[in-house]
Design a protein around this ligand. Structure first.
Ligand code: ZN
Length: 278
C-alpha cells in the first residue's frame, strides 16, 4: 500500500482534485453494491416499470417503506471522512456522487453534486411538489396500520438492508399519492431510463472543469452518466486516478489504477499530508 500511496501523492500533490464516487465507497457503510463483481446478479428497476405497472409500484413502496430506514441509519465510513478532510485542506475541490445515500454530506463534505438524487426526497411526477422521505413515511404508516409492526415481528428489526427478503405479501399495501394534486409520487432518484437533470450535470461538469485532476472512487463507470466526466477530464489532458475493486469502463483513460478498497486507500491518502493547491 505504501508504494501505491506514494504514487498517488506524486500524481495529485499540488492539484485541486474533483472526485467521482459510486456504490463501492458505501459498501463499508453497510449499503449493498448490487453491481460489484462479488454481488449476485440483479435487475435494477427501470423508470418505465415504476410508472407503468401499479402492482410493481405497490411492491416497490412496500419494500421501500422498510428499506429506506436502513439507508437513513447508515453512517459515513473512513472513505467519506477522508474525502471531507481532503476538501477542508484544499486538496479536494468537491465530490460528484452516483450514490443516493447522502453519506458525503453526513461526513462533512461541503461541495457535493448528488448526481442521481437522494433517498431523502420524494417528488410528484405531475406537479413537481417535493416532500421529505420522512414525511412520506408518516403518511405511509398512517395508510398502512400494522404493516411495520408486522415486519418488526417477522424480522426482529425495523431496519433491514434488503427489504425484499422481509416483505413477502404486499397485496394489501396502500400507496400514497401527492397531497397537492393526487399525482404519482416517486423517490427523487434517477432510475435506469431517466436522464440526470440538466442543472446537476452542469454543476458536475463545472467541478471537473475547475479541477486539475479527477479521482474516481468505487465506481465501475458502467453507465454513461458517470463515464462522461472521465471523458471530459481525459479530453482536457488532466490526470485521472481510479480506485475500484475490479475493472472499470474508464480504465483505458486512467493514469493510475488502484485495485483496492476505497475506504482504506482514501484513508491512507488523507493520513499523509498532501501539498495543497496554491
Ligand atoms: Zn402533485
Amino acid at each position: 500500500m505504501d508504494g501505491v500511496i506514494d504514487e498517488l501523492h506524486s500524481l495529485l500533490a499540488g492539484r485541486r482534485v474533483a472526485v467521482l464516487t459510486g456504490a463501492g465507497l458505501s459498501t463499508d457503510s453497510g449499503i449493498p453494491d448490487y453491481r460489484s463483481p462479488a454481488s449476485p446478479p440483479r435487475n435494477p428497476m427501470t423508470f418505465q416499470q415504476f410508472v407503468g405497472d401499479p402492482v410493481f409500484r405497490r411492491r416497490y413502496w412496500a419494500r421501500n417503506h422498510v428499506g429506506w430506514r436502513h439507508m437513513d441509519a447508515a453512517r459515513p465510513n473512513d472513505g467519506h471522512r477522508a474525502l471531507a478532510a481532503l476538501e477542508h485542506r484544499g486538496t479536494v475541490l468537491g465530490v460528484i456522487t452516483q450514490n443516493v445515500d447522502l453519506l458525503h454530506t453526513k461526513a462533512g463534505s461541503r461541495r457535493v453534486v448528488d448526481l442521481h438524487g437522494t433517498y431523502a426526497q420524494v417528488r410528484c411526477l405531475a406537479c413537481d411538489h417535493r416532500i421529505s422521505r420522512f414525511t412520506l413515511s408518516e403518511l405511509l404508516t398512517e395508510a398502512n396500520p400494522g404493516f411495520l409492526e408486522h415486519v418488526r415481528a417477522t424480522t426482529g428489526s425495523e431496519v433491514a438492508p434488503d427489504a425484499d427478503a422481509v416483505v413477502a405479501n404486499t397485496d394489501e399495501f396502500r400507496v400514497v399519492d401527492c397531497v397537492q394534486c393526487g399525482g404519482m409520487l416517486k423517490p427523487d432518484i434517477v432510475y435506469f431510463g431517466e436522464f440526470v437533470p440538466g442543472d446537476r450535470v452542469e454543476r458536475a461538469f463545472a467541478l471537473v472543469e475547475e479541477a486539475d485532476a479527477l479521482l474516481v472512487a468505487g465506481s465501475s463507470l458502467a453507465v454513461q452518466s458517470g463515464l462522461r466526466f472521465v471523458w471530459k477530464a481525459a479530453a482536457d489532458g488532466k490526470p485521472i486516478v481510479i480506485v475500484n475493486r475490479g475493472q472499470t469502463r474508464g480504465d483505458r483513460f486512467a493514469d493510475m489504477r488502484v485495485d483496492a478498497g476505497c475506504s482504506e486507500t482514501l484513508a491512507a491518502l488523507a493520513a499523509t499530508p498532501l501539498r495543497a493547491a496554491s
